[in-house]
Design a protein around this ligand. Structure first.
Ligand code: PXG
Length: 288
């Protein structure tokens, strides 16, 4: 495997970062997870825009322009002979000393990994996921905005561990007010009486690229779609529930904390959205 590292394309065995890198020491850095479908990088420019916003939020000066990052991503895919895969773009604060001070880090570290991704097992797309509500709350935006895709994922990792201990592959994280924020690595949607609802970023949701794609698909299909405060009650009484993410795409959730959601089977609107999503990923995107 060939990895892009600070301007060079190196063998994965040589793709190493320093133990003094603040990405490692403090989680001081940002990332994107991006999909490659049939030689097209899905919504690459949208991912890079979000990446730039994450950088801005952390006052991290990106060493490469949007176009330079796009070119490096495409080149990394080409050098690995990939047609389908998962791309991880990371920029850290760089090498510094053992103090927090980001201004003592001389230059950011940039790397790009182009590999494959393990999605949820196929049967869950057909039968739906059972999810749980995890005890760990999504971090308050006043502490660290969940809209920033930072290397500091411990909040989500605690949630992920709790979901697993609860016997589920994914878990709902509430915000500190008790409203649904999102899942540990996916956004959450419900469908109620023909209307699609999802929590807003203000409730602690990442502005997911897949989430935005659902907004576009819903608009084109003339299905009303709203950002709204949601509680577990809203999921209990929803007709359908589904999760979205770069890895997950669109996946139905049919049980929450042992309660059946809707009919207990993947919903009709969820199915239509997934079909349309899978159609779009093959034609939308930047050709490598
Ligand atoms: N919320 C969170 C907290 C995420 O990390 C999403 C929502 C969905 O956003 P996108 O833009 O992907 O539609 C994510 C992203 C993994 C993995 O290994 C998953 C994500 C990110 C990084 C790794 O499963 N999900």
């Amino acid at each position: 495997m060939i990895v892009y590292l600070d301007g060079n394309y190196v063998d994965s065995a040589e793709a190493k970062v320093s133990v003094f890198d603040h990405g490692l020491l403090y989680g001081d850095g940002i990332f994107e997870g991006i999909r490659l479908y049939e030689g097209n990088v899905f919504r690459l420019m949208e991912h890079l825009e979000r990446f730039e916003y994450s950088a801005k939020a952390l006052m991290l000066d990106l060493p490469l322009s949007r176009q330079e990052l796009a070119d490096a991503i495409c080149e990394t895919c080409r050098r690995n002979g990939l047609r389908d895969g998962y791309i991880r773009l990371v920029v850290t604060r760089g090498i510094g000393d053992l103090g927090l001070a980001p201004w003592l880090c001389a230059k950011p570290t940039t790397f790009i990994i182009a590999s494959t991704i393990q999605m949820y097992p196929k049967e869950h797309y057909e039968n739906g996921l059972s999810i749980v509500t995890v005890p760990t709350r999504r971090i308050n935006p006043a502490a660290l905005p969940p809209t920033v895709k930072s290397l500091n994922y411990l909040n989500n990792i605690l949630g992920k561990i709790e979901a697993k201990q609860g016997g589920a592959l994914e878990g709902i994280m509430l915000n500190d007010q008790g409203f649904i924020a999102e899942c540990t690595a996916d956004n959450l949607f419900i469908v109620h009486k023909g209307v699609i609802f999802t929590p807003s970023a203000a409730q602690g949701a990442l502005k997911g690229i897949t989430r935005e794609t659902i907004f576009d698909i819903a608009q084109d299909m003339q299905i009303p779609c709203r950002e709204q405060n949601l509680t577990r009650y809203d999921v209990w009484c929803a007709d359908e529930c589904f999760l979205t993410g770069t890895g997950a795409e669109v996946i139905p959730a049919v049980k929450l904390d042992g309660r059946v959601i809707g009919s207990g089977k993947p919903g009709e609107i969820t199915g239509k959205l997934l079909t349309e999503f899978r159609r779009r990923v093959k034609k939308e995107g930047v050709r490598i």
